[in-house]
Design a protein around this ligand. Sequence first.
Ligand code: OOG
Ligand code: NI
Length: 464
Amino acid sequence: MSQWISPDQIRARFAGAMSAMYRREVPQYGALIELVEEVNRDTLAADEALAAGLASAGGLHRLAVERHGAIRVGTPDELAMLRRLFAVMGMYPVGYYDLAPAGVPVHSTAFRPVADDALQKNPFRVFTSLLRPELIASDALRQQALALLDARDIFTPGVKTLIERCEVRGGLDDADADAFVAEALETFRWHSDATVDKPTYDALSAEHPLIADVVCFRGPHINHLTPRTLDIDEVQRRMPERGITPKALIEGPPPRRCPLLLRQTSFKALNEPVRFGAAAGSHTARFGEIEQRGAALTAKGRALYDRLLAEVKAQPQTSDNATHQARLTKAFAAFPDDEAALRRQGLAFFHYRVADADRRSRQRPAEAPGEAHIEALIADGALAATPMVYEDFLPVSAAGIFQSNLSADSPSVDESARRPGNHTRDSQTAFEAALGREVIDEIALYAQRERASLEAALEALKAR
Ligand code: OOG
Ligand code: NI
């Protein structure tokens, strides 16, 4: 037995500690968790097939612990150290999101587990944004922001020692793992005392509220922690009963029989009291969010999703969710809504497993597992295919979430630029240079996991 605690276990401990901390800091988060648990219970009670499917795939445990959070950092060094910190917990940078076209001066990745079994144990992910100071228009303010960032250290000496120890030794023992979790948590804690005076905060905030949020504090406080629901429309409906006011629109695709990608809604952060030296003030940073996850789409499926979403976004804006969802539903009539069609048309990624090994005998073994052979195995009940969960984020939705949580006078979104994937190679290269490695291509990762599951299932059928 290894003396090291597995990265999956460290991640589970950390996610649990983070959730407990955020519950203490933001009572509304606790109320939201209770609401989501209630709706998930009701949804499972009303849908036996869904409950059975989740239970058989081990998804009930995953659902209960599943959260994502978000932070924003200011410098390449901070981002690079975060990469090392997350690696201790088996979390790697997947995907690149450029939010600048949407009027948000950051670009981002998501640190998350990548392997099937790691995702199953605890899929905790952190959407991590890096400020782009070059987008600060005023020279003087940019210099001031850079000086403030340069003067701070968002990591405790203890966490840096433990990260290094983990890298050198190849793991952390039980006591070190607990110490790591406690020390790492310090980076994500809220600080109610700003590092600047009120005029400086106001000047940075006038440039963009996000710049003030990143630059004026001792650390990159976790700004939301999101549980996963099985019925986001129902949670949105019940939020006001709990004294929570959701943002107007649910972001992402419409409700579907076979859920696609990611649907999200958030509630606006409270204005929190902050000390600026001797002066009292406030800051709006932390909010709540819920998400419903559906199938990961192939490049072909994603292109169709982007096109249909763009059709809806091109219509005159509405702040009425029922109208918005009706428009989405109409546009997405062009997107097949049954699993077999999604699979056969190559629109979504699937996970393959042996359903009934005894049925294999009716099939002639194929040299190369061609499409017809796989279809026959599925039709015969030997092989089962289930849609893979989308583990990532959506840039248009993320922009909507950012915008809804900034103060009303923040710079407006340039709708024409709100096209996903509308980023230059150059900005991704700059982000990766700051990060200290390339980000993992999420589409390639899904494709590789799909292929591996199919190969393993065919192998198991052959071996019988
Ligand atoms: C991140 C917003 C993006 C999501 O779920 O799309 C995000 C932030 O506000 O820092 O969390
Ligand atoms: Ni989020």
